[in-house]
Design a protein around this ligand. Structure first.
Ligand code: PEP
Length: 252
């Protein structure tokens, strides 16, 4: 059975006080919830990672970083390494988010190095990918997704995929209030499993968790999560509100 996951990407939101408070509220809100085969992950900014990791230690909430550099240490001003993330209590990292690709020039080549560094450090990667609106309008979305996966991940061995969580996030649906329809999400997730089967094997394709991301809200979560190949969500805006986030967890 595949693991279901609800992951909240806080992006550049919440100062220390707000981060600790939201983490505490999320921990409390799911304390009595039976989370059978469901993981809950939150990703605060780097500066708040350690405090949030401390607040959530020993609870049902796991903590992820939103980015990472591929080098161990050195003259990389403003960057943070896998070792540093692990040292403050997180073993999960979001890589390849469309905002990183779009605003910070993150290429497939850079992502390969980041993925490799994360796995070498025994971290889990939430690997994001997805087409822009133009790709979808021109019916290129399958090709684009296939190439992002091939270029960013398919150098890995099948066994490495146990530490990869995929997050399909059509860029046109991120923070726009526009969601892919449950059918569009299912169609893409099934396609992703097919290319994993073709390039690896059925076991790899069937055991990996594939999250959908893009304006998931309490009102649409249940329908999206009901689709056979959707194993949960990567949540942006709605993850900043404990009631909305809890309602999304409940929808899985
Ligand atoms: C995201 O940034 O990963 C995301 C899905 O954002 P939102 O839910 O706000 O669209």
């Amino acid at each position: 059975m595949r693991t279901k996951i609800v992951a909240g990407n806080w992006k550049m939101n919440n100062d220390l006080k707000a981060s600790k408070s939201l983490a505490k509220k999320i921990v409390k809100s799911i304390k009595k919830t039976a989370l059978k085969n469901i993981r809950v992950i939150i990703a605060p900014t780097f500066v708040n990672l350690e405090r949030v990791a401390k607040k959530t230690k020993g609870t049902k909430v796991e903590v992820a970083a939103q980015n990472m550099h591929f080098e161990k240490s050195g003259a990389f001003t403003g960057e943070v390494s896998a070792e540093m993330i692990k040292a403050v209590g997180s073993k999960i990292v979001i890589l390849g988010h469309s905002e990183r690709r779009q605003y910070f020039g993150e290429t497939d080549e850079i992502l390969v190095k980041k993925v490799n560094a994360a796995l070498a450090n025994k971290m889990e990667v939430i690997f994001c990918f997805g087409e822009i609106l133009e790709d979808r309008k021109e019916n290129n979305h399958f090709k684009v997704v296939e190439s992002q996966l091939k270029n960013g991940l398919f150098h890995l061995k099948a066994k490495d995929f146990k530490n990869i969580i995929l997050a399909y996030e059509p860029v046109w649906a991120i923070g726009t209030g526009e969601t892919a329809s449950p059918e569009q999400a299912q169609e893409m997730h099934a396609f992703i499993r097919k290319i994993l089967t073709d390039n690896y094997d059925e076991y790899t394709a069937e055991s990996i968790s594939i999250l959908y991301g893009g304006s998931v809200k309490p009102a649409n979560a249940k329908e999206i999560f009901s689709k056979q190949d959707v194993d949960g969500g990567l949540i942006g805006g709605a993850a900043l509100n404990k009631d909305a986030f809890k309602a999304i967890i409940d929808a899985i």
